[in-house]
Design a protein around this ligand. Sequence first.
Ligand SMILES: Nc1ncnc2c1ncn2[C@@H]1O[C@H](COP(=O)(O)OP(=O)(O)OP(=O)(O)O)[C@@H](O)[C@H]1O
Ligand SMILES: [Mg+2]
Length: 364
Amino acid sequence: MAKIRLDQLTKQFGDVVAVDDVTLEVADREFLTLLGPSGCGKTTTLNIIAGLETPTSGTVWFDEDEVTHVPPEQRDIAMVFQTYALYPHMKVFDNIAFGLRMRNVPKSDVGKRVLLAARTMDIEHLIQRKPRELSGGQRQRVALARAIVRDPRVFLLDEPLSNLDAQLRVIMRTELKRLHAELEKTFVYVTHDQAESLIMSDRIVVMKAGGIQQVGTPDEIYNQPTNTFVATFVGSPPINLLEGKLKRINESTGQVTGAGFTCEMNPLLMKRLSHSATTSVRLGIRPEDIEVGTVRTPTAQATVAVREPMGSDLYLTLDIEGRSIKARTRPDVRIDRGEVVPIYFDSNKLHLFDGETGRTLLEG
Ligand SMILES: Nc1ncnc2c1ncn2[C@@H]1O[C@H](COP(=O)(O)OP(=O)(O)OP(=O)(O)O)[C@@H](O)[C@H]1O
Ligand SMILES: [Mg+2]
């Protein structure tokens, strides 16, 4: 068992509040990701879980034990960093074995466990090499093998894939997910890559300026973002946000209108609409939820400004009365630059945010 609980955690470095009143529970065997832009406090939070930093206030719990002041080596955790932090003068075998030897594990066990970890990470054939004789991806596998070999109850990973090239990163994501499923251990993973967080996590914690913006499954974070920050941070190309005025026509119908567009709201959406909803709103629509060249009553007429073929998709930059939005369509759609096309915002996929605070106006 390894459940982790952070209770009202705050960490200040002088005037900087790196972590701001974070309360969070990580379930046993969960893959939880801390996601957010640079400087939002991800590493500091992870370091506090590891025991490498002491919080200014608040407590850390592993299962039913408070560990806030327990040193890292007594927490039964393994960390993997962005920089692999391998010993350059040691062979791969000895790099993986190092932690076991430090803990006086019997020699015969060390050999077995190192080989098993190397096999799990598919680097058995590399164990006699030095780190400098390895590629970036291979080095990261060694770093992971070194973490696995200790058989800790918690894995803490701080942007472990960000030094790899795009292709390797995609492979290693899958590997890490497989590893998590095999090991059945609690993983806390740090990244600023929203795609990575969506692909890998059981739950995502979106952070900004030291605080938590939203905690949820990838589906919740993507489809029910709690505010415009989460909505724009997650998803690529990002969600389109348009200033508009909300009008309730009756219980089950309503409209959002803005420069060059009129968007009808369906009864389901009206039901979710907060009673305190303001009239000044920001309408959110993801690129894939825009129907280009629609046969329905169009939300707007748009001019195609840029076409970006992506192989599997086509991205279109569309101008509506001087505002630019992005749509994602099938690659075989025949639309040229300069053409004016009717577009439709899927009313099941609309997001509505308060025009001032950016908070969602939709419930449930
Ligand atoms: N040892 C330190 N002394 C002073 N300020 C620090 C220290 N460590 C972190 N900070 C500050 O605390 C804030 C959070 O830093 P942290 O490293 O946790 O961010 P991060 O989310 O991991 O960012 P990145 O994605 O760039 O790694 C930043 O403003 C950073 O400058
Ligand atoms: Mg960091």
